[in-house]
Design a protein around this ligand. Structure first.
Ligand code: PLP
Length: 377
């Protein structure tokens, strides 16, 4: 497989082998007619970067290639991408959003969208599905932090039966680990801050799918101004070339670490879709090439015991976010789920002693050694 975003499949590449970085915010043209035609989209050429610019287009075409979709629209962050996805004119009706989504998404749904007249309903993606009256159904897979895998084809079928589109936040498992549009989703979304950027040095977001939907989303981006800036777009376009290699290697190491942790002294449970005992193991096998590089494990003895293990890490970083080449760990009770009431957390299965790992590119032996010395003996 050639790296995403590289040209020259059929013939040797010509010209620059890295994306072009253009910081200019305006472009001179030869005549009134030339400027008018470029602005009207009748002629190719640079016009104004809020509408698009070379580095953003390089990133977007690499994402489209990776996801196997018509195109992509890039944003200044994952949240800006979600904002556009929920607010762009994609039809009439409700937005139905899975119960298990990123906390920032829930905050946007609860605090902002209703003020703009957008009605939101929540649903259990593992339960009975009925999307009557919805224009858009939105899910996340794998989920945070328990790495549940939602059956995309099942949700797509129910969404389409109701005349709704299905969008999927696939941030936790980028291509080639899964390609949700090939499973029936209409729109895929990523926080590019995670695996696509991959080096913990760029914030961005992206939405991919079919031209007809992307047109509405790109129009919304023009009006609201959320495009990814040139320097960051250049970084994430560059990172797309190593995405497949990184994602596969990180997933391979995560699988080995999950097996290493399972049944270990002091570990009450391991949540990883690659393990036979995971509730969605069969779905993951069916719809994912590999189960991903995110896992969570529960330390026996609750939060105090988990904090003791966490504070003993020597290699694994204590940090939020995910998807970078360095392995980092977070305590969901202190971070992503800090605002969720304890009773709701218990109902969701997010134990107080849970540690979430975003597995990077360090050798398995280094990471297993760090976990071993941190866990009780
Ligand atoms: N979606 C998921 C699954 C996330 O984990 C995050 C951030 O952690 C986002 C969306 C938001 O992305 P960003 O932080 O790039 O705005």
């Amino acid at each position: 497989m050639r790296p995403y975003g590289c040209r020259g499949d059929a013939a040797p590449p010509l010209g620059p082998l890295a994306p072009t970085l253009v910081r200019a915010t305006t472009f001179a043209h030869g005549s009134a007619e030339a400027l008018r035609a470029v602005g009207a989209g009748e002629r190719d050429g640079e016009f104004y970067p809020r509408y698009g610019h070379p580095a953003a287009r390089a990133f977007e075409s690499a994402v489209a290639e990776a996801e196997g979709v018509d195109g992509a629209v890039s944003f200044a962050s994952g949240m800006a991408a979600l904002h556009a996805l929920f607010c762009a004119p994609l039809g009439d009706g409700l937005v139905a959003v899975a119960r298990d989504v990123y906390g920032g998404t829930t905050a946007l749904l609860e605090k902002d969208l209703p003020r703009f007249g957008i009605r939101v309903v929540r649903f259990d993606p593992f339960g009975t599905l009925d999307f009557k009256g919805a224009r858009l159904v939105h899910i996340e897979t794998p989920t945070n932090p328990l790495c549940r895998v939602v059956d995309v084809a099942r949700v797509a079928k129910a969404a389409h039966a109701a005349g709704a589109l299905l969008s999927v936040d696939a941030t936790f498992a980028p291509p080639p680990l899964q390609r949700v549009c090939s499973l029936g989703a209409d729109i895929v979304m990523h926080s590019a801050t995670k695996y696509m950027g991959g080096h913990s040095d760029a914030i961005g977001g992206v939405v991919g799918g079919r031209h007809e939907h992307l047109q509405a989303i790109e129009g919304f981006r023009r009006r609201t101004g959320g495009i990814l800036g040139p320097d960051t777009a250049w970084l994430v376009a560059r990172s797309m070339k190593t995405l497949a290699l990184r994602a596969r290697q990180q997933s391979e190491t995560a699988g080995r670490l999950a097996r290493f942790l399972a049944g270990r002294k002091g570990v009450a449970a391991v949540h990883y879709p690659g393990l036979l005992g995971h509730p969605d193991h069969a779905v993951a096998r069916r719809q994912m090439e590999m189960p991903g590089a995110m896992l969570a494990f529960e330390v026996e003895g609750g939060l105090a015991a988990a904090v003791r293990v966490y504070d003993r890490f020597r290699v694994i970083g204590r940090a939020v976010s995910l998807g970078g080449v360095e392995t980092i760990a977070s305590l969901p009770v202190h971070t992503s789920h800090a605002m969720v009431p304890a009773a709701d957390r218990a109902r969701m299965g997010v134990a107080d002693g849970l540690i979430r790992l975003s597995v990077g590119l360090e050798p398995f032996e280094t990471l297993a050694g760090d976990l071993q010395q941190a866990l009780p003996t």
